[in-house]
Design a protein around this ligand. Structure first.
Ligand code: GDP
Ligand code: MG
Length: 440
């Protein structure tokens, strides 16, 4: 995996005195592969690595970090800087109605995102919002938006059968002006692939509605095609920003970097689910961590800090720094998981956690947390400190004592093993403290 590969780079670089050009180039080759694996488009990855290499070569090695950490820190900072450059909210400070136009390929999430943004503006900013669908291609597209409108309690323009997109846009503008709406959201039609008819239609609508914001909606899973999509749309209409959808899925987020590089426009929101409140401001640090394959350590640390006592955290960090992880630690982690919102909250936030979470979910989900606590409670102090002592006979005793089964005890031991391995990997990367320092 990517973290392993970066870990390998750390190993090679660790202990040397300075960031030589050869060191940096070796590390950057790995970084480039990592970016491609995270779905960053090839030309974008190339350009980014060239810039980061320039920034890294010749830098003085800081005393407090290893050369490997320093390279990753430089790459991480460059990623954050690029992803977050010119960050801004929607700029709707004009004589109403301010028009927001959504463009993108079919299925990218335009209609869903239109309703999500409308809801956000209506509830958080108390704006009076009108939505209109200009999608006359897909059957029921206009009804889809109307249904979402009802769901989020935002008005939609009444549907008039047979009307063409530009005429709908005109009617929507008129209605928004006459009825005193603050914001008009225009949801447009997409195609499966970029084509000229779509582009012409989009431009004609933009001419009629003069939008303040034209947001390109892109599926975060878009890979090498991201460059084409971004280039095609941004040459036809003056984009003001990008929305990345499906950030809740397996996407590593490389599309964010591709989009930022090709359009030159900020990423304004991230879609994180199908529900109407699954829309977040874009967090460059988190996405940078995800692209580099380090898990969302930043937000894990933030949330952990809210729920754990400071001493607990420090004791844990010290243990993790040594690569140690026994049953007492696992028990502490299980209790913490419950405080932090159960299993779902932890997915993908730390290297290794996703796997452990999968194992737990298979084992019966949140109910299993309670069983695990009981099993650890039935272990002797020695067993907790040294789980490798637990043989077949001991397993039977633990199962009996906790009212569980040997099978469940085995699952617990397997999970401990997996988390312990993850901790050792963390140690290889310089420990949690090292990672926190890198993530800045
Ligand atoms: P459009 O063709 O661009 O208008 O795309 P839609 O808005 O109709 O979305 C297509 C599908 O993607 C729908 O099933 C949405 O629920 C889903 N979708 C949109 N945004 C997200 C997201 O951020 N996460 C997930 N998981 N699904 C999304
Ligand atoms: Mg649609």
């Amino acid at each position: 995996s990517l973290s392993d590969r970066l870990g390998g780079v750390f190993d090679r670089l660790r202990g040397r005195g300075a960031l030589t050009e050869a060191d940096v180039r070796a590390a950057m080759r790995e970084v480039r592969v990592a970016l491609l694996e995270a779905d960053v488009a090839l030309p974008v990855a190339r350009e980014f690595v060239d810039k980061a290499t320039e920034a890294a070569i010749g830098q003085n090695v800081l005393r407090s970090v290893t050369p490997g950490q320093q390279v990753v820190k430089i790459v991480h900072d460059a990623l954050v800087a690029m992803l977050g450059a010119d960050a801004s909210e929607l700029l709707l400070d004009v004589t109403p109605p301010a028009v927001v136009m959504m463009v993108g390929l079919q299925g990218s999430g335009k209609t869903t995102t239109t309703a999500k943004i409308a809801k956000r503006l209506a509830t958080k900013e108390r704006k009076k919002v009108l939505m209109a669908s200009l999608d006359v291609n897909r059957p029921n597209a206009q009804e889809q938006l109307a249904t979402l409108g009802t769901q989020v309690d935002v008005s939609t323009l009444p549907i008039v059968a047979g009307q063409q997109p530009v005429d709908i846009a005109r009617r929507a503008m008129q209605a928004a002006k006459l009825q005193g709406y603050d914001v008009l959201m225009l949801d447009t039609a997409g195609r499966l692939h970029v084509d000229q008819a779509l582009m012409d239609e989009m431009r004609a609508v933009a001419d009629v509605a003069s939008p303040q914001e034209i947001l390109l909606v892109v599926d975060a899973l878009t890979g090498q095609d991201a460059v084409n999509v971004a280039e095609n749309f941004s040459t036809e209409v003056p984009l003001t920003g990008v929305v990345l959808t499906r950030m809740d899925g397996d996407a590593r987020g490389g599309a964010a970097l591709s989009m930022r590089a090709v359009t030159g426009k900020p990423i304004k929101f991230a879609g994180t689910g199908e529900k109407m409140d699954a829309l977040e401001a874009f967090h460059p640090e988190r996405v940078a961590g995800r692209i580099l394959g380090m898990g969302d350590v930043v937000s894990l640390v933030e949330r952990a800090a809210e729920s754990i006592q400071q001493e607990d955290a420090e004791r844990m960090a010290a243990k993790m720094a040594k690569g140690q992880f026994d049953m007492n630690d696992l028990r502490g982690q299980l209790a913490q998981m419950q405080r932090m919102g159960g299993l779902g909250a932890l997915a993908g936030m730390m290297p290794g956690m996703k796997k452990a979470q999968g194992a737990l979910q298979q084992a019966g989900g949140d109910k299993m947390l309670v069983h695990m606590d009981a099993m650890i409670g039935s272990m002797t102090v020695k067993e907790r400190n040294k789980p490798e002592l637990i043989n077949a006979k001991r397993k039977i005793r633990i199962a009996k004592g906790s009212g569980t089964t040997v099978q469940e005890v085995n699952k617990l031991l397997k999970m401990h093993q997996e988390m312990s391995t993850a901790m050792k990997k963390l140690k290889k990367m310089g420990g949690l403290k090292g990672m926190m320092a890198m993530l800045g």
